[in-house]
Ligand binder design. Structure first.
Ligand code: 5AD
Length: 432
């Protein structure tokens, strides 16, 4: 049978990129990608364990693959954070799985496929990273990891267990990867890390701001983004790099998790509500047009109605352009479940609904304020909903669907007159 693979990816941008790396190294070994798992000789599930729901999905997927395995010769590998977290337990629950491979081993797929090793969940010293073989799905955009792992110990979070301690890549390696991406036609670069702004070059100690500036100054980088920043790691050098480079997106995702200092302390987030607001004000002073987005957790152990009200008032105060919010989910091995009484599930669900309703109103007001304006949009491809239209993003990261000459080259920057605010996106027409 010819060598074919199917890969399914859940979770964060780091996982997306890991799949691009796995995919690239398989293509190099002569594998061809297929969209139907029944045609594959190798099936990879690249999994997420950030909340319980994500994790249970993996086991139901594996249940479905059992039958396939009984019918034909196929290799099944579980990758990603569930692999790291559950290790051998996956093989005992689903013995039809052939190998289990954690995020630290993405560069070592060759050895794993070569045989023998069925469980690879260490964090090798030598984290091989062959950027030239990354199989990038977008013709206009390249994601580039600059730091792996996380040294924070937020009491709710499983990431330090599943992705290990922080390891930054050398400054020059990152620049070389970006140059190669630009040479291959990518005009947009997104720097990635679980705590991206904790970056420190392992040899020169240069910080995230220095790297951001250096990448922004590479010829051909039309737009530069990064994900995800920790509020306690924002410093003057990062703010200055954003302010001084017009190609750095006017968008910052700064997860707050809660508006209550009492809860933030229990989460070990390393800032208070006041300190977080002060950081945001410093950024807004330097970059007034910035679009902030954030993450909230509702129903953290011990969260009272009063704590929750403080999350709502923070949303009012900051007026985030967009946000993500999740019901707290206890994760194995983390400290939070011991911290306070669990919040009743129905109460947490109701809080989540109220939070989304408030954000919906604020977001609509913000989106409406763009009507009639002409905004520069980086063209990414046809619109998902209407292929006769094009789609792209504004400098501050709003998705715009717009009418324009269908021959407009992807990756070009176009002035678009905004005529309508839709649910979470903008609509417009090319201005020229
Ligand atoms: N329960 C619910 N949400 C969580 N997140 C991280 N861990 C948990 C958890 N145990 C959320 C945080 C984080 C986002 C990626 O996922 O808001 O910023």
């Amino acid at each position: 049978m010819s060598k074919t693979y199917f890969i399914e990816t859940w979770g964060c941008q780091m996982n997306d990129l890991d799949s691009q790396r796995l995919s690239g190294s398989l293509k190099l070994r002569g594998y061809r990608r297929v969209d139907d798992e029944r045609q594959a000789s190798l099936i990879l599930l690249n999994t997420c364990s950030i909340r319980e729901k994500a994790e249970s999905k993996v086991f139901s997927r594996l249940g479905a693959l059992r039958e396939l395995k009984a019918q034909r010769d196929v290799l099944i590998g579980v990758c990603g954070c569930v692999a790291q977290q559950e290790g051998e337990k996956i093989l005992s629950r689903a013995p039809w799985v052939d190998f289990v491979m954690g995020p630290g081993n993405v560069g070592h797929l060759d050895e794993i496929l070569a045989g023998g090793k069925t469980i690879a969940i260490d964090f090798p010293e030598d984290r091989r990273y062959d950027y030239l073989t990354v199989d990038r799905p977008s013709p206009t955009k390249a994601q580039v990891t600059i730091i792996e792992g996380c040294n924070k110990n937020c009491t709710f979070c499983i990431v330090p267990t599943t992705r290990g301690r922080e390891v930054s890549r050398p400054f020059e390696d990152v620049l070389a990867e970006v140059r190669a991406a630009v040479d291959s036609g990518r005009v947009e670069v997104e720097l990635l890390g679980q705590t991206v702004n904790a970056y420190r070059c392992p040899t020169s100690r240069r910080d995230f701001g220095a790297l951001l500036s250096a990448v922004a100054e590479i010829d051909g980088v039309r737009r530069l983004r990064f994900m995800t920043s920790h509020p306690a790691e924002v410093n003057d050098s990062m703010i200055a790099a954003m302010r001084d480079h017009a190609n750095v997106s006017r968008y910052l995702h700064l997860p707050v998790q809660s508006g209550s200092s009492r809860i933030l302390r229990r989460m070990k987030r390393l800032y208070t509500r006041e300190k977080y607001l002060e950081t945001m004000n410093r950024i807004r002073e330097a970059i007034p047009e910035i679009h902030f987005s954030t993450d909230f957790i509702v129903g953290f152990p011990g969260e009272t109605e009063d704590d929750f009200q403080q999350s709502l008032s923070l949303i009012e105060e900051v007026r985030y352009g967009s946000l993500f919010a999740f019901k707290y989910s206890p994760r194995p091995g983390t400290a939070a479940p011991r911290i306070g009484p669990p919040v009743d599930d129905a109460v947490a669900a109701e809080r989540l609904t109220r939070l989304f309703a408030l954000q919906e109103r604020i977001q609509q007001e913000r989106l409406q304020s763009y009507r009639g304006k002409i905004l520069p949009v980086l063209v990414e491809g046809p619109s998902k909903h209407d292929p006769t239209m094009l789609s792209g993003r504004t400098d501050d990261n709003w998705v715009v669907n717009f009418v324009a000459d269908p021959a407009t080259p992807l990756g070009s920057m176009l002035g678009v007159r905004i005529d309508q605010a839709q649910h979470h996106t903008l609509r417009g027409e090319a201005a020229t």
